[in-house]
Design a protein around this ligand. Structure first.
Ligand code: ADP
Ligand code: MG
Ligand code: MG
Length: 503
């Protein structure tokens, strides 16, 4: 029975959307407008739409689904209807995008800041150490490419207690779901058409999602800056990538709209096939590479041997435009996020009181754990771990600690080697997002759940040595998870793709 897990009372009267309250914390749910029997009828419509519009991924249970396009597809997990979100907070997040783009760029230019901030972390975290090693090496040798391309995603939660939009993190490498995210918003427009008469829902409340176009445009403009018509974009991918269609959305747009070819290689293929010309141009066999776009390389498991590290270094030494460059990658680490939140630090990188205040207003509590001054916050977290999230320098979901695990880990780290291991982590104020209820659809099966959402705003940035070429927000992604789950990663299997219904 598909309705398993449905807990809403069948007899409940369903609201009209204009009865939904105005304030974020009072916002009800679009699922209140759609009774389970109607939802159940609409799920196949949504599944058919997803399948016919490329809202798909590789199916875990089918061999080769992460290797051969077109084999073993399943729809991406999604919310049947969008989730209400206050328009004001959404627009605020959009306004922040160019500021964060600029901030990443300015931070990336300050090599000493990156090295110094990560100095204690590198001693206890071999992964950060290797990234910094590449950064020092190419800084010493001299950077061969001044063009910087940022394709970021800044993630936020709307905190229930304060009704405030807080940044969770800023991703500067491998920000995913620009492709599929755009399609989820289109799906929601389609679903609303099915119920607009019976519910007063209005598809216009789902903002147009330009994420896929914006990211394809960013890649195209970067390619143009390289100024060689025969060069390609190199997408660096995992050996088995089930989220490949999200990536193909960008590659295919890049070809259809701009005539630019993309090739896909793993880090180990790059190691085997890449070389640099005398002047530093990057070749994969015979192909000249204009832009290197990483959709891997953010996690220690992406570098199983030294060969992958060799490949990363070679790319970094080349004159290809990298997204991200090693300095952009480092600027997006959690340790840097925490440092930027300390008093006076933003002022070093951003101009204008208003901009600085705007950026700072979305910073939640963030604390470093190394050094004398951190005893108090460590004690607080040990006493009350549910008020915090403990984060290592990792990306891709599933790495953070919560609750009891925070206490255990902090006690363990404090005891060992005089506490030096604490520098691998940061503490963050735990956010509690405004709760909703939603119909979630995964693997063709739907369930009705209490949910929490995380808003991601894509940012696209491009500059050359002299001028800024592109600096804008580029669409969005809402990820919605079951409330009781700690993490929201979609690829990691925690959340579903969603979009916003602005109120
Ligand atoms: P990653 O780079 O692995 O995505 P994040 O900082 O985004 O790291 O954390 C992963 C997930 O953990 C987030 O998507 C969110 O669901 C949850 N999370 C992270 N920080 C917080 C926080 N401060 N409060 C509540 N949940 C959080
Ligand atoms: Mg991240
Ligand atoms: Mg994240």
């Amino acid at each position: 029975d598909r309705a398993a897990g449905v807990s809403v009372a069948e007899s409940e009267g369903y609201l009209k959307v204009d009865q939904i309250g105005e304030r974020a914390s009072e916002l009800k749910n679009l699922s209140d407008l759609v009774p389970p029997n109607l939802a159940s009828e609409l799920v196949p419509e949504a599944l058919a739409w997803a399948s016919t519009h490329g809202l798909v991924m590789g199916d875990k249970s089918i061999e080769n689904s992460g290797k051969v396009p077109g084999v073993g597809l399943v729809h991406a997990p999604f919310c049947l209807f969008p989730t209400p979100f206050p328009a004001e907070a959404f627009e605020h997040a959009i306004d922040l995008a160019p500021l964060f783009n600029k901030l990443v760029d300015e931070v990336s230019k300050d090599g000493n800041f990156l090295q110094e901030t990560l100095e204690r972390t590198r001693k206890v975290d071999p992964f950060t150490n290797r990234l910094l090693g590449i950064h020092s090496r190419v800084s010493e040798e001299g950077i061969k490419q001044e063009v910087q391309l940022g394709m970021h995603r800044s993630d936020y939660m709307l905190d229930k207690a304060t009704d405030t939009l807080f940044q969770v993190e800023l991703n500067t490498i491998s920000s995913s779901f620009a492709g599929l995210g755009s399609q989820v918003s289109n799906l929601h427009g389609y679903m609303i058409r099915h119920v607009e008469r019976s519910t007063n829902m209005d598809a216009k409340q789902v903002p147009e999602n330009t994420a896929a176009d914006a990211f394809a445009e960013a890649l195209a403009l970067a390619w143009q800056e390289y100024k060689n018509q025969s060069a390609v974009v190199l997408m660096v991918v995992e050996p088995g990538e089930r989220n490949m269609y999200d990536q193909y959305w960008l590659a295919i747009k890049l070809y259809e709209s701009y005539g630019i070819r993309t090739i896909r290689k793993t880090l180990s293929e790059i190691y085997a096939q890449a070389h640099l010309s005398k002047d530093g141009a990057l070749y994969i066999q015979e192909e000249l590479v204009a832009v290197v776009y990483y959709r891997t390389g953010y996690s220690p498991t992406d570098y199983p041997t030294d060969f992958e590290w060799e490949a990363r270094l070679l790319v970094e030494q080349s004159s290809a435009i990298k997204c991200p460059s090693i300095s952009y990658h480092l600027a997006g680490t959690k340790k840097i996020q925490q440092e930027l939140a300390r008093p006076g630090v933003l002022e070093r990188f951003l101009q204008g009181k208003e901009s600085i205040e705007k950026v700072r207003s979305c910073f939640a509590g963030l604390w470093g754990l190394e050094g004398e001054g951190s005893t108090e916050i460590i004690n607080k977290a040990i006493e009350n771990p549910d008020a915090f999230v403990l984060k290592p320098q990792r990306e891709g979901g599933g790495n953070n600690l919560y609750g009891h695990d925070i206490r255990d880990r902090l006690l363990e780290l404090r005891e060992k080697d005089g506490g030096i291991g604490l520098a691998a982590y940061i503490l963050m104020q735990r956010l509690f997002p405004v709760p909703h209820t939603s119909y979630l659809v995964r693997g063709g099966v739907w369930s009705f759940e209490e949910t929490a959402s995380e808003l991601g705003i894509f940012g696209a940035y491009l500059r050359n040595a002299e001028t800024e070429i592109l600096n804008k927000a580029g669409g969005y992604l809402l990820r919605t998870k079951v409330s009781k789950s700690n993490e929201s990663g979609v690829a990691a299997g925690y959340g579903v793709l969603d979009s916003v219904y602005l109120l």
